[in-house]
Design a protein around this ligand. Sequence first.
Ligand SMILES: [Zn+2]
Length: 128
Amino acid sequence: MAGRLLLRAWTLRALQPGCIAAARPLHRAMSSLGGIPTDEDQATGLERRTLQALKQGKDPYSIQKPKHYAGTKEDPHIVPSIGNKRLVGCLCEEDNTAIVWFWLHEGDAQRCPSCGSHYKLVHHELPH
Ligand SMILES: [Zn+2]
């Protein structure tokens, strides 16, 4: 409230004849700067690197929805890993309440011991 009153008093003073301050605009309009800045214009640091990578078609932080795989020998579920093995949980059927856990090792595709779906470990580099 006090800020508005101060602005109003400043505006009224600026509109008086002979006042030098009237020549200066009191505020800059967004249109004079080229419009409203986008997220990409305002992003800094990690967010900026992520937006640039997404623009190039990369997904270094696994932000986007994972691709769906059939789980067959020809189209195994791809499991990214920074090491040479990873613990995988398979929900064999859609309505199962129990998860089958097993270690997936680097190399050829492995099968889930319960349902037989194929999983393949793929080396994944961390972006930084
Ligand atoms: Zn399974």
